[in-house]
Design a protein around this ligand. Structure first.
Ligand SMILES: Cc1ncc(C[n+]2csc(CCOP(=O)(O)OP(=O)(O)O)c2C)c(N)n1
Ligand SMILES: [Mg+2]
Length: 386
């Protein structure tokens, strides 16, 4: 891959990455994956461009809302929109997604009400939406644990006879998204064992954004992360995650294999977390401005925009409409979040379990008493903690 060739070796090498679009926005041929991107006409590419732009707008609004005290925390997906939107577009309606906490672009493509994602980060509920509404399961913050849930779910799909029937509306795949750091967790390795021996219809999609908080991928592996999968008997592929076309093509092939009964695939989407780990993190403490600039020049949105401009497929009217749509969307996000209010702290006990639970009841009773210790004659005491 000469166009982005770097001196990096080991887990950061870019020599074997599947790429269909160079950082300069040039379409390059690929003997295997061109066929998997052949259905991407100009309309579809503009739709992908729109999804990336609106995902980024959502992400930036959420970051601002955290800074204004409206959210407790936010995990940005800045720079990873290509990997999320490309893979999201490859999904069929009946496929199931098990995200970690940075898959905002996949949520957008699946059609979620995006402000629902922010309820968890505002602390107004435990992070719930109906997973069955869009086959998009809940965000998982316990690193890697959901790869087991996804693999188990895929084994269930298999047992329900929803794999390899040849009916494109019936055959179902499951995809689990996780980070580079997660590949070092026991849970992910156990998921790889179960996925392999059961030939489960699951795509294990690793977003290698080069960091697990401050820990670079070079501290997690000496070889590309995708190299781990063949040891479990799972085929793997490394893709340029900032190339939305290539990510689409690679994921489409992997999902097709899963749905048709060909078993699991491990996809490593090589990308870069352009923002901080979360709003609580300061990446200037552990990486250089030069490195950030290097990756800023590989921005996935710029890359597709350049390609569409080069091919004369991005009319000004489309750009203007998209800018207006992004502004309206931003306004919607801000208004909705501010309208979520601040429920009484005691409501945090309400939906921990579906049925009454002795431990939760005891904690609620203790908390109620504690809260009341700040109240004097029906009025809050001066210096009360609220
Ligand atoms: C089991 C577990 N261990 C540790 C943590 C703390 N933690 C939160 S995010 C994170 C880094 C995860 O890195 P990676 O898997 O690369 O995902 P990324 O945040 O880069 O998307 C860690 C260690 C956690 N949430 N869960
Ligand atoms: Mg990471």
């Amino acid at each position: 891959m000469s166009s982005t060739a770097s001196a990096a070796t080991g887990p950061l090498t870019d020599e074997d990455l599947v790429q269909l679009l160079t950082p300069a926005g040039e379409r390059v041929a690929h003997p295997e994956y061109d066929a998997w991107a052949a259905d991407l006409d100009a309309d579809r590419l503009r739709a992908m461009y729109r999804d990336m732009v609106l995902t980024r707008r959502f992400d930036l609004e959420a970051t601002s809302l955290q800074r204004q005290g409206e959210l407790g925390l936010w995990a940005q997906s800045l720079g990873q929109e290509g990997a999320a939107v490309g893979s999201g577009h490859a999904l069929a309606p009946q496929d199931h997604v098990f995200p970690s906490y940075r898959e905002h672009g996949v949520a957008f493509v699946r059609g979620l009400e995006m402000t629902d994602l922010l309820r968890l980060f505002r602390g107004v509920d435990h992070g719930g939406w109906d997973p069955a509404a869009h086959n998009f399961h809940l965000f998982t913050l316990v690193i890697g644990s959901h790869t087991l849930h996804a693999t188990g779910y895929a084994m269930g799909v298999q047992r329900d006879g929803l794999v390899g029937t040849g009916d494109p509306a019936r055959d179902t795949a499951v995809v689990a998204y996780f980070g580079d750091g997660a590949t070092a967790q026991g849970d992910v390795n156990e998921a790889l064992v179960f996925a392999s021996v059961n030939q489960a219809p699951v795509v294990l999609f690793c977003q290698n954004n080069q960091f697990a908080i401050s820990e670079p991928t070079t501290r997690q592996a000496r070889v590309p992360l995708a190299n781990r999968a063949p040891g479990f008997g799972i085929p793997s592929v490394r893709v340029d995650g900032n190339d939305v076309l290539a990510t689409y093509a690679v994921t489409r092939q992997a999902l097709d294999r899963a749905r048709s009964g060909g078993g699991p695939t491990f996809v490593e989407a090589f990308t870069y977390r352009m923002g901080a780990h979360t709003t609580s993190d300061d990446p200037t403490r552990y990486r250089t401005a030069e490195q950030e600039e290097h990756w800023r020049r590989r921005d996935p949105i710029d890359r597709l925009r350049t390609y569409l401009e080069r091919t004369d497929e991005l009319p000004e009217v489309f750009q203007a409409q998209l800018a207006a749509e992004a502004d309206a969307f931003g306004e919607h996000v801000r208004t909705t979040v501010r309208g979520m209010g601040r429920p009484a702290p005691s409501t945090m006990f309400d939906h921990v379990y579906a049925t009454p639970h002795a431990v939760v009841d005891a904690e609620r009773a203790w908390f109620t008493q504690y809260e009341q210790s700040f109240v004097d004659d029906g009025r809050e005491t001066a210096g009360g903690h609220r």
